[in-house]
Design a protein around this ligand. Sequence first.
Ligand SMILES: NC(=O)c1ccc[n+]([C@@H]2O[C@H](COP(=O)([O-])OP(=O)(O)OC[C@H]3O[C@@H](n4cnc5c(N)ncnc54)[C@H](O)[C@@H]3O)[C@@H](O)[C@H]2O)c1
Ligand SMILES: [Fe+2]
Length: 434
Amino acid sequence: MVLVDSVTRAGDSVIARRRPEEAPVDATVSPTRRPADRAASRPRAATPRLAKFHVPEILFGPGSLPEAAHAAVRLGARRPLLVTDPGLVDAGWPAQLCAHLADAGLRASVWDGVTPNPKDHEIAAGHLAYLEQRCDVIVALGGGSVIDAAKGIALLAGNGGTILDYEGVDRMALPIPPLVMVPSTSGTGADVSQFCIVTDTRRNTKITILGRALVPDVSVVDPHLLVTMPDWLNAATGLDALTHGIEAYVSRAHNPLTDHHALQAIALVGEHLERTMDHPSEEAARTCMAQAALEAGLAFTNAILGAAHAMSHQVGGLLDLPHGVINGVLLPHVIRFNAEPDPHRFVPIAQALGLPGDITPDSTAGAAEAAEWAACEVRRLADELGVPKGLGEIGVTESDVGLLSAMTLADACLSTNPREADQADIETLFRAAL
Ligand SMILES: NC(=O)c1ccc[n+]([C@@H]2O[C@H](COP(=O)([O-])OP(=O)(O)OC[C@H]3O[C@@H](n4cnc5c(N)ncnc54)[C@H](O)[C@@H]3O)[C@@H](O)[C@H]2O)c1
Ligand SMILES: [Fe+2]
């Protein structure tokens, strides 16, 4: 649902903006909050507004992988294309899914030509495989890279051209083949989102394609798949989910339904991510992280994101680094920047992360203290997970700042950042994060 008020409307996608005079909505009660906090943060009555919420059919739970085959059948598949990558093939999950598809009477064509931060030419190659094998439904099993590649292939199958033609909002006119998504990481939420992020290899940047048509038909979330993730990937994708939750909660396009999912995701990451690092095969913690990623996805696909993602896309395109790691470095700086003029909206975020009782956020000064605590808590978590302190450690240099900042200004995610940011602001943020 997107509440339609003052809107940026593009085709079938609607980006709603909160009324400037509207008070911050302290919407949902997070599971970590103390009872005394609850009355204070009960949702205030709001003028009803037209609302819209994009969401696929979701099948969630340990052992749900076979449901992907049943979903493909329901969607009319005769020859599904299974999109995946070599890392997943090594982990054995695509072979299991092929067996489930065979049990359901389907012989899949497997295409595993995706690399992390999927490249424009890989989408073209996947599209060719789709055409050559005369496929009809696309099933993706993998992390955000595989899922975005699958969306890109579907986009070309329905609309033709090259993937870079579709940068921006709602540039696709024709329907695309049915999509069944099976996420193998607990972070991106790409399996429920209307985003497709692809690397433009000529400009060394990641382009954002946004459109209602890209919301998958079915998402099958099986936390069992998470146990083969290496630790660095678990850490990176968990921080990505946290960034989605926080950016969606403070986004200009947030609404009470996205707020609920955003806060729930933040609390789940805060409570369970470290445990999955210490106890990687524990099903309960993995299931909570799978839920965190899912709820963060439901929040951000409808509320959109902010400056951390707008900046992260540029660094990821330039240096082909893990998306979640870059977010983890940038997020504390972006929290401080956004909280500076108005910290109140960061109070529920801090509470969801376990704000200590000695910080009372009732006044503006207290809210600022809570926002600063939240920024420090994100950095503490990043330290625990082994995330580099600064972008300099992962290859960004002072000479990159100007170009990275200029490209950030063109990223669709910046339009919903709660605070206006110009080139000088973004350069300052990049320098702080170096
Ligand atoms: N479309 C969206 O809404 C959206 C949102 C956020 C991020 N993204 C994009 O998602 C991409 C990042 O995706 P990601 O962080 O999920 O990682 P990824 O898909 O890039 O995968 C990274 C590596 O991990 C391996 N891997 C993945 N799951 C595994 C598993 N269960 N076991 C063993 N190995 C596994 C893969 O083989 C790959 O080599 C970025 O390109 C980012 O821009 C998209
Ligand atoms: Fe992300």
